[in-house]
Design a protein around this ligand. Structure first.
Ligand SMILES: *[C@@H]1O[C@H](CO)[C@@H](O)[C@H](O)[C@H]1NC(C)=O
Ligand SMILES: *[C@@H]1O[C@H](CO)[C@@H](O)[C@H](O)[C@H]1NC(C)=O
Ligand SMILES: *[C@@H]1O[C@H](CO)[C@@H](O)[C@H](O)[C@H]1NC(C)=O
Ligand SMILES: *[C@@H]1O[C@H](CO)[C@@H](O)[C@H](O)[C@H]1NC(C)=O
Ligand SMILES: *[C@@H]1O[C@H](CO)[C@@H](O)[C@H](O)[C@H]1NC(C)=O
Length: 408
């Protein structure tokens, strides 16, 4: 009953609050996207497709390249020229022995680039594990899935997304990655419903029917970041609002040191550095079922980024080698899915992350939260005011009354 009363009040108040709350964020930006599979090539390359997404804004162009020549990798290049395009020298690119086989023309227009690679998937028996792997001594690990060695499907394109799945010899099921790109600000329908902007792309990583190697399996994913300003730290941004991702009050952001905002989010809109740095952002939650919902949510944790050997990264990914060669700074991070005490892996696990340039999009307080605050703070004030007036009025009337009290 009390609840419905609050909702009724919210409904009345929400439009007023919406009108008062200044809409945060700058003017809405928009990009025009064109997508090409294996640009300049008329047959499918033997060892995996190369997807090219060209996303043109008012003053710049973004170039997303997604490739499964080796481990699945997303390369993001920002150019200050709206005419810039990516050129691939296919014979060299497929040979994988010359770097620079993939480049942006004009090359001098490149202002930022960074690649993110899904390198390894570890599995361990979590039955008696009190600590996660990564802690010393961690539990025994099964031999990892080296994602570069999986057999990857061709890229399956739909409107603004592309999917590929890999299978490993000797195990059932698949390991899949989906890329989504955006022309506008928005939020995907699927939990964790990350907020995205046109300067970002969303990646979803999932295990679909992959057979566990023990009855109490847990997984650990290693991601590698190459190029750009090295991504060296993970920052956790807290919020009191879990409207879009129930029970999750944190956003994790993998950033370079220079791009870390010194103050709390949203408080200094003018703080973006000149050179637009890149970011990787996620909510610390994975889902144990294809229909993501609260009951199948599992927390996850990350480990501190570490420097990695650039040669092994370039060997693992044709895209990294083709663009960067094999001496570009590389950092890696481990993500553990499911902490001790949580249900074990059965046959599905999904995790979503956002990759982009510029400031990572962050939710400002939603209308709902503002309304709750308004009701929460406004109601007592209103009561106080009404109460005050009432007391005053009574006092006054009592005074008036007493003034006219007849003297017996
Ligand atoms: C694009 O450039 C114009 C002129 O240089 C500038 O006024 C505008 O703010 C820029 N827009 C964006 C989105 O950076
Ligand atoms: C966990 O501990 C139990 C009891 O000590 C033992 O029987 C079992 O083999 C252990 N499991 C693993 C995976 O080590
Ligand atoms: C490609 O993706 C669509 C939609 O995501 C899906 O329905 C279809 O089965 C996929 N095709 C293959 C060959 O995986
Ligand atoms: C793969 O699935 C088949 C049929 O369900 C099953 O018999 C087999 O043991 C599975 N293989 C592995 C490695 O789990
Ligand atoms: C990730 O964890 C595995 C297993 O503990 C470890 O071998 C590897 O070095 C870790 N990688 C990073 C970047 O921490």
């Amino acid at each position: 009953m009390a609840k419905s009363w609050v909702y009724a009040l919210l409904r009345v108040l929400a439009p007023c609050v919406l009108a008062i709350v200044p809409l945060t964020g700058s003017e809405p930006s928009h990009r025009n996207i064109s997508i090409t599979l294996n640009p300049g090539l008329h047959i499918a390359p033997p060892e995996g497709d190369l997807l090219y997404v060209r996303s043109v804004g008012p003053n710049d162009s973004l170039h997303f390249l997604f490739c499964s020549q080796g481990a699945p990798t997303l390369l993001l290049i920002q150019s200050n020229n709206t005419q810039a395009t990516v050129q691939v020298n296919w014979p060299q690119f497929l040979e994988r022995n010359t770097s620079g086989s993939l480049r942006v023309a004009p090359q001098s227009s490149v202002v930022y680039s960074s690649a993110l690679m899904f390198s390894r998937l570890w599995e361990y028996d979590g039955e008696n594990a009190t600590a996660d792997p990564g802690l010393d001594p961690g539990p025994d690990l099964f031999p990892p899935y080296e994602l570069q060695n999986l057999t990857w499907s061709r890229i399956n394109l739909s409107t603004l997304s592309a999917m590929l799945c890999g299978t490993s010899r000797g195990s059932n099921g698949s390991i899949c990655v989906q890329l989504s790109v955006f022309e506008n600000w928005g939020r995907s329908e699927l939990w964790p419903r990350l907020l995205h902007n046109p300067d970002s792309a969303q990646l979803m990583f999932w295990l679909d029917g992959l057979s566990p190697r023990s009855a109490h399996s847990r997984f650990l994913l290693e991601l590698r970041a190459v190029g750009g300003t090295p991504l060296e730290m993970v920052q956790s941004v807290r919020s009191i609002d879990d409207e879009f991702t129930p029970s999750i009050f944190t956003v994790s952001q993998w950033l370079s040191n220079s791009s870390a905002p010194s103050s709390s989010p949203g408080s200094s809109p003018g703080s973006s550095p000149d050179l637009s740095p890149g970011f990787v952002q996620w909510k610390p939650v994975a889902y144990r079922d294809a229909s993501a919902r609260l009951e199948v949510a599992s927390p996850l944790r990350h480990w501190s980024p570490l420097q990695q050997d650039p040669v092994s990264t370039a060997t693992a990914s044709g895209l990294v080698f083709g663009f960067y060669g094999n001496n570009t700074l590389t950092t890696a991070i481990n993500i553990s899915f499911g902490l001790s005490g949580e249900p074990f892996y059965t046959n599905y696990l999904s995790w979503t992350l956002l990759v982009g340039v510029g400031e990572p999009p962050l939710d400002s307080f939603s209308v709902l939260v503002w309304s709750i605050l308004a009701v929460g703070l406004g109601t007592p004030l209103l009561l106080l005011l009404v109460g005050g007036i009432w007391v005053c009025a009574r006092k006054l009337s009592a005074h008036v009354h007493s003034a006219y009290e007849p003297i017996n």
